[in-house]
Design a protein around this ligand. Structure first.
Ligand code: ADP
Ligand code: ZN
Length: 664
């Protein structure tokens, strides 16, 4: 019997076969959405193939075909099939993840709305020599219409965006389309207007505030070839553009390109696969490329392009390290604002230049200690300290959002001697206001950005110089071009170093380099202060010197010695549940089952089971097993086999994270 193969958007293994009866059969083609019975309900699935089935009895019929013409093309199907295989989810789940909600929901749509017409009015600059040289490498690749990947390594303020614009224009001239990814936080009015100015009504901008309806119409315009440039965050990599010529990933090292829920895909990896399938050019841009990308460039697998100087020969900022240990011993107490920092801020304010102050920790005090019993006030569901948020007057858990009112007494011993310690952005903001009563101060962190329109307002006011000092978390460090900022202060360069994750040195270097790069993009030379308790740490020292090369050389050696990415692939299997003993038991069993297959093991190493650094989160105890190997697809095949007959209590969850970006 002729059957269709349907990918089901649930964590199941293979596509399922369904019978086509005559009514439904007429229009069904590969890439159509169908309604099918599954277990005891009806769901929507995606036709991915046809097949002759001999065993007819167990086969159920397709109930309805939702499309006259396929909504998914062959490349999209192949890409999502690969994502399922690589990122350990089903094909159907990978398909659903890549589609707008309304398409997933099976709604039959009428024609989309035509978009408002605006024509681009570009503000045109002449490329400098380095930019010209870079563009001269990219254009032939675009013309060749074959797959190639470039790393554009350009120091902060070197004019990478202008290179992107030229490459996209070239792509359009060739009759093709382009996708440009930027990290979600950098997707502000500024960059939107900039791109709109260049590409007018050819552009489609995807951002988190779009409604489902707007998202769907955007998807339709892209699919219809009306929109040929897509600007958006991670998920925009799945845009169904016609005739893809170019994909750009700006700030390619950014962790937000990895999705932290299933499918746990990385947009860079997906883009690379898509470029291969659709013979497109992939351009990865960064001032601080990920170790993976730079390693690929060094070993010749991708091509490296460099912008070594800032626009108009502007100098990179002068960075000074302030040793907080020294400062504390000089002043007899530990301080958050060293004298050099205060001095620099004062100078900038006098000269009416902008100041950015970074502390990558939100809230007011990061811990509440009891001086009587020595305890720290913790979350009820997580093994983490609660953060005191003064504005809300509450203690808050940053992992599960648990909140409690401020108590005068210690929750464990009832003594009324609580001490608030550790600095967050709220406290920095209020302290700066105390030091500089005449200054206009604003703050940007997750608590502010959650309020609708507030992030745009804060950034807009700062750009228009209605505020003098902007305090914030990493949100202020990413990609902004504020020419009037001459001074950047980092309250504590050590925040991310303390995290027990193999990427924490890399992340610290990136964050410091990026935030320092915000200074001195206008006429005045930038000045930067890093305050730290570890003034000799390579991440801090090399960031001070703007020396990516030496940072890379030292970090890559460590990775080689410890056999970590980019020298291997990691698969992180996380086992969690509410019953501590049960979780531990399952973790051990799983591990011994893996090790039982020793002779045909596709892994170089099996680490664990070990408790995760955040051992208890949201009421769940968490263990993990880390697998190291060379070839992901082979590792996954083996893992699937092991898991196919692995029994565990249903309340214990097991998740597989391929190429994890954070292991906490
Ligand atoms: P990056 O992304 O490399 O940090 P940007 O792309 O933001 O740097 O460029 C920094 C600034 O230089 C921007 O204001 C940009 O408009 C300007 N710029 C870029 N290229 C040129 C050029 N060739 N001539 C003059 N200004 C330029
Ligand atoms: Zn919590």
């Amino acid at each position: 019997m002729k059957c269709v193969q349907v990918a089901i958007p649930l964590p199941v293994r293979d596509p399922f076969s369904y019978e086509l009866n005559t009514e439904a059969a007429g229009d069904v083609g590969i890439g159509c959405r169908v309604r099918v019975p599954f277990k005891n309900r009806e769901i929507q699935g995606y036709v991915v193939g046809f097949r002759d089935e001999a065993d007819v009895k167990s086969i159920k019929p397709v109930l309805e075909c939702l499309d006259r013409e396929p909504v998914l093309d062959a490349n999209f199907l192949e890409l999502t099939r690969w994502i399922g295989e690589y990122y350990f989810c089903s094909w159907g789940e990978a398909i659903e993840n890549a589609l707008p909600k309304t398409v997933r929901a099976g709604i039959k749509h009428r024609e989309g709305s035509a978009k408002v017409c605006d024509t681009g009015a570009p503000f045109r600059v002449t490329l400098n020599e380095e930019q010209e040289a870079v563009v001269a490498e990219i254009f032939p690749a675009l013309e060749a219409g074959a797959h190639s990947t470039f790393l554009l390594h350009g120091v902060t303020g070197s004019g990478k965006t202008e290179v992107y614009i030229r490459a996209i224009k070239k792509t359009l001239d060739l009759g093709k389309s382009a996708i440009c990814l930027v990290p979600e936080i950098a997707l502000t009015d500024q960059i939107r207007e900039f791109f709109r100015g260049h590409f007018g009504n050819l552009i489609e901008i995807i951002h988190s505030r779009l409604t489902d309806r707007e998202r769907f119409f955007a998807w339709q315009r892209i699919r219809g070839g009306e929109s040929r440039v897509v600007l958006g965050p991670r998920s925009a990599i799945f845009s169904p553009v016609k005739n893809l010529g170019l994909m750009i990933i700006d700030e390619e090292h950014e962790g937000s390109y990895k999705q932290e829920e299933s499918p746990r895909y990385h947009a860079r990896t997906v883009a690379w696969k898509r470029a291969e399938l659709e013979k497109a050019v992939l351009l990865l841009g960064s001032a601080t490329p990920s170790l993976e990308t730079m390693h690929a460039a060094e070993s010749g697998r991708i091509r490296k392009l460099e912008l070594t100087r800032r626009i108009d020969e502007r100098e990179l900022p002068e960075v000074r390290i302030v040793d907080l240990k020294q400062e504390a011993s000089n002043r007899g107490k530990s301080v958050a604002f060293s004298f050099p920092l205060i001095h620099e801020i004062t100078q900038s304010l006098e000269r009416k230049e902008g100041v950015l102050i970074l502390l990558n920790r939100r809230g007011f005090s990061t811990q509440v200690h009891c001086l009587q019993c020595g305890g720290i006030v913790q979350c009820r569901h997580c093994q983490v300290a609660l953060t005191y948020h003064q504005e809300r007057g509450r203690l808050l858990c940053h992992y599960c959002n648990y909140q409690r009112r401020l108590d005068e007494a210690c929750p464990s011993c009832r003594a009324a001697v609580l001490k608030y310690v550790g600095w967050g952005t709220e406290k920095v903001e209020s302290e700066i206001a105390r030091f500089f009563p005449q200054a206009r101060i604003a703050r940007l962190d997750l608590d502010i950005a959650k309020k609708k329109g507030k992030q745009e307002e804060v950034l807009g006011d700062f750009r228009k110089r209605k505020t003098d000092i902007l305090v914030g978390t990493q949100m202020i460090a990413k990609g902004f071009d504020f020419p009037h900022v001459s001074m950047v202060g980092v309250i504590s360069a050590d925040v991310s170093l303390a995290l027990p994750d193999f990427r924490s040195d890399e992340r610290t270097f990136q964050l410091l380099t990026q935030v320092a790069g915000r200074a001195g993009r206008g006429n005045a030379r930038g000045r930067v202060i890093f305050q730290t308790y570890s003034p000799h740490h390579p991440s801090i020292l090399y960031a001070k010197e703007h020396d990516y090369r030496r940072f890379f050389d030292s970090e890559i050696e460590k990775r080689r010695e410890l056999d970590y990415p980019p020298f291997c692939h990691l698969i992180n299997v996380v086992i969690q549940g509410r019953d501590e003993k049960e979780v531990y038991g399952v973790s051990r069993e799983f591990c011994s089952k893996l090790k039982g297959h020793r002779e045909k093991l596709p892994f170089r190493e099996i680490l664990g089971p070990a408790p995760l650094p955040f051992y208890k989160l949201r009421g769940h105890f968490r263990w993990h097993v880390m697998l190291k190997g060379r070839e992901v697809l082979g590792m996954n095949r083996f893992l699937r086999e092991v898991l196919s007959d692995f029994r565990k209590p249903s309340q214990v969850r097991l998740t597989v994270d391929v190429d994890p970006v954070s292991v906490l």
